[in-house]
Design a protein around this ligand. Structure first.
Ligand code: C2E
Ligand code: MG
Ligand code: MG
Ligand code: MG
Length: 294
């Protein structure tokens, strides 16, 4: 139908600027309300050693439990929250909730020394009180700093913004681990990587996908990230592992840790607790996920 209108057909499918602004304003209000009404939840995706399948940590991932729309994924609202600044209070809630959860699990399962990965946006780190916020979240929930991993994307460090880098240094001096998320997809100059406060690289899912099937993709990007991490002396975690062959190939490349649907999707806290309860020594049944063999 749009074709009859010739060049103008595009307009029909794109909300005009005013509509877009109204939608954004509406979204800001909705997100603010969601925070007040406690509609955000965290789910936790296991991170395991590739060789044994042992659970070593979890990544906290936010969901918006919307009263009518159901569970809304972060791709629907995080970018907007970053744009309108609400990521600052939302991110503070995430940090506190993740640390509180870790405190609870530490009480329930004293034998387990899980680490908790939390995603943080650049906008949060720019806030002058960021390091204090991290410290408070840890101390109020009795969580040792070396149990917390903050995941940031390469873009956050672009240009070596000194305020951000300094803030990360302070947090790192507390004992917190800093991870570069989605590594390899950004535009960071590898040249300055050695000077940045980074302890861990996460291989992006797109590179893990490339490892999957045929020889058309020889896995060079994944191999390069692993080699770079080894050269820098930092740890590496692969994300988005879905098949046994991806797992095997990553192990062959020297990657020791990973996460992905092959092992487990993100789980609500009760399911994660059940997993921990079933395995006092921390060894989980992920090593037997052989049904997925290609
Ligand atoms: P991310 O940090 O790279 O998280 C990994 C994403 O991949 C998650 O999507 C996870 O559910 C998904 N995933 C894990 N394993 C697999 C797999 O095997 N296959 C596939 N296809 N996907 C897998 P999710 O939860 O939708 O989160 C998307 C992004 O939203 C995250 O990417 C992160 O950048 C952002 N995000 C999530 N929670 C937060 C948060 O609390 N704060 C901030 N600032 N960003 C967040
Ligand atoms: Mg992440
Ligand atoms: Mg990631
Ligand atoms: Mg990713």
């Amino acid at each position: 139908a749009g074709k009859e209108h010739g060049k103008n057909c595009v307009v029909e499918f794109r909300p005009d600027l005013h509509t877009q602004m109204m939608q954004r304003a509406g979204m800001r209000t909705a997100l603010q309300q969601a925070l007040e009404l406690d509609e955000f939840i965290l789910v936790y995706q296991p991170i395991v050693t590739l060789e044994t399948g042992q659970l070593v940590g979890v990544e906290a991932l936010i969901r918006w439990n919307h009263p009518t729309n159901g569970l809304v994924l972060p791709q629907e609202f995080i970018a907007l929250a970053e744009e309108n600044g609400l990521i600052v209070p939302i991110g503070a809630w995430v940090l506190d909730t993740a640390c509180r959860q870790m405190g609870l699990w530490a009480e329930q399962f004293p034998g387990n020394a899980l680490r908790m990965n939390v995603n943080v946006s650049g906008r949060q780190i720019e806030e002058p009180g960021f390091a204090a916020l991290v410290q408070d979240s840890l101390s109020q929930n009795d969580v040792p700093a070396d149990r917390l991993v903050l995941e940031i994307t390469e873009g956050v460090l672009l240009g070596e913004d000194t305020a951000v880098v300094n803030s990360l240094r302070v947090v790192r001096e507390l004992g917190v681990t800093i991870a570069l998320d989605d590594f390899g997809t950004g535009y960071s100059s590898l040249g300055y990587l050695p000077r940045l406060p980074v302890d861990l690289l996460k291989i992006d899912r797109s590179f893990v996908m490339g490892l999957s099937s045929d020889r058309a993709n020889d896995g060079t990007p994944a191999r390069t990230v692993v080699a770079l991490a080894q050269h820098l002396g930092v740890a590496v975690v692969a994300e988005g592992i879905e098949t046994m062959s991806q797992r095997a190939e990553l192990q062959r490349l020297g990657c020791r840790l990973g996460q992905g649907y092959l092992f487990s999707p993100p789980l609500p806290p009760s399911r994660l607790a059940a997993l921990l309860a079933s395995s006092p020594d921390g060894t989980l049944p992920f090593s037997s996920a052989l049904s997925d063999l290609p």
